[in-house]
Design a protein around this ligand. Structure first.
Ligand code: PGA
Length: 303
C-alpha cells in the first residue's frame, strides 16, 4: 500500500493541470519549495518519475499521465463528497465549477463579483474557453454549470435563457454604409469578414445564418479573440458580426458603428446549462437563483 497523502495528490494535480510549479504554489497558497518537496516525495513513493522539467516547462511522463487521470477522477469524487457534506449541513460553502464561452468574459465577472461578496464561503472555479471546449467539458460532466449562447442539440441538457445576446454587424465609422438604412442581407456577399476561430459559438451562428440565407460568406481573416476582431474592424480590415455583449457602448461607438442590415440585430440569448438530471449542489442552486434574481429585468419578457 502506497503512503501517499491527499495533499501530495492535490499538489500533483495542480502542477499537472497548470503545467507549472510556480502557478501550482500560487494556487495552493504555499511556497514553490513546498510544492517541489511534495512532488519529490510522491516520485519516491511511486518509484517512477512523474514529471520532467525542461527549462521552465513541465511535462508529464507516462506514469505521470496515469496518475493525473486517476487524480482528476478521484479529486472530483472527493469534491462531490465534500459538497454533499456541506449540503447536509445546509451550508452555502464549497467549490462551484462553472465553465463559460469566451464571449461571456464581458459580463460574467460582473455577476460573479457581487455573488462572491454575498457568499464568501463559495469558492468559484471559472473556466473561460470557446464553445467546442465547453461542450467537451459538458460531455464529460466536468462542471456544475455551463454558460453559452446556443445549448447543444446532441447532449441531453436543461437550459435557461438569462440575458440577451444579440448579434450585430460592425463596421468602421468611415465605412460607406455607415449611414445607410435597410441594407439588404444579400449585399453582405460583397463584403469581407473578420471571423472568430473554428469552434467558436459566434462563428457557428454566423455560418448557419449565411447558409440559411444562401449568401456566400467571404472570410478575410480569422482571429482568436473578440477584442482583436474589434481592433481589426476599426483598422478597416473588414466587417464583423459579433455579440452585442462584447461592446462597451461609449468606447466602441466612437470608433465603430452597427450597420442597419436587414434581419440584424439577430436576437439570441445567453443560456445557463446543466447536464439533464444532474443533482445540483446547494452552491450551484444558490448561484442559479442569484443569476435569475440579478438578470431577470434584463431579459425580454416572455423568454
Ligand atoms: P464563443 O461563443 O465565445 O465561443 O464565440 C459565443 C456564443 O456561444 O454565442
Amino acid at each position: 500500500m502506497l503512503r501517499i497523502t491527499l495533499r501530495q495528490l492535490r499538489t500533483f494535480e495542480a502542477v499537472a493541470r497548470l503545467s507549472s510549479f510556480t502557478a501550482a504554489a500560487k494556487e495552493m497558497h504555499v511556497s514553490q519549495p513546498t510544492v517541489s518537496k511534495q512532488i519529490k516525495v510522491l516520485h519516491e513513493e511511486i518509484g517512477l518519475p512523474l514529471i520532467e522539467q525542461v527549462g521552465k516547462k513541465v511535462f508529464l511522463t507516462e506514469a505521470g499521465e496515469e496518475l493525473y487521470a486517476t487524480c482528476a477522477e478521484w479529486l472530483n469524487t472527493w469534491g462531490q463528497f465534500e459538497q454533499t457534506i456541506a449540503d447536509y449541513k445546509g451550508m452555502k460553502q464549497g467549490t462551484l465549477k462553472i465553465s463559460a464561452v469566451t464571449t461571456t468574459k464581458y459580463f460574467m465577472p460582473r455577476i460573479l463579483g457581487p455573488f462572491c461578496k454575498q457568499y464568501p464561503g463559495i469558492d468559484i472555479r471559472l473556466e473561460v474557453l470557446n464553445r467546442d471546449r465547453i461542450l467537451e467539458r459538458l460531455a464529460n460532466n466536468e462542471d456544475d454549470l455551463y454558460i453559452m449562447g446556443i445549448p447543444p442539440e446532441d447532449i441531453d441538457v436543461e437550459s435557461e435563457a438569462f440575458l440577451p445576446n444579440p448579434l450585430v454587424v460592425l463596421a468602421p465609422l468611415s465605412h460607406p454604409w455607415a449611414r445607410q438604412k435597410n441594407i439588404a442581407f444579400e449585399e453582405l456577399a460583397h463584403q469581407q469578414f473578420l471571423m472568430r476561430e473554428r469552434g467558436s459559438g459566434t462563428r457557428l451562428t454566423i455560418e448557419r445564418i449565411f447558409k440559411e440565407r444562401g449568401v456566400p460568406l467571404n472570410v478575410r481573416m480569422e482571429l482568436g479573440s473578440n477584442e482583436a476582431i474589434k481592433q481589426a474592424v476599426i483598422g478597416g480590415l473588414g466587417l464583423a458580426v459579433l455579440s452585442g455583449s462584447t461592446l462597451s457602448l461609449a468606447e466602441d461607438q466612437s470608433e465603430m458603428c452597427f450597420l442597419d442590415v436587414e434581419g440584424f440585430p439577430i436576437k439570441r440569448n445567453w443560456h445557463i446549462v446543466k447536464v439533464s438530471g444532474k443533482k445540483l449542489s446547494v452552491t450551484a442552486k444558490t448561484f442559479l437563483d442569484f443569476m435569475r434574481e440579478h438578470t431577470k429585468l434584463l431579459l425580454p419578457s416572455g423568454e
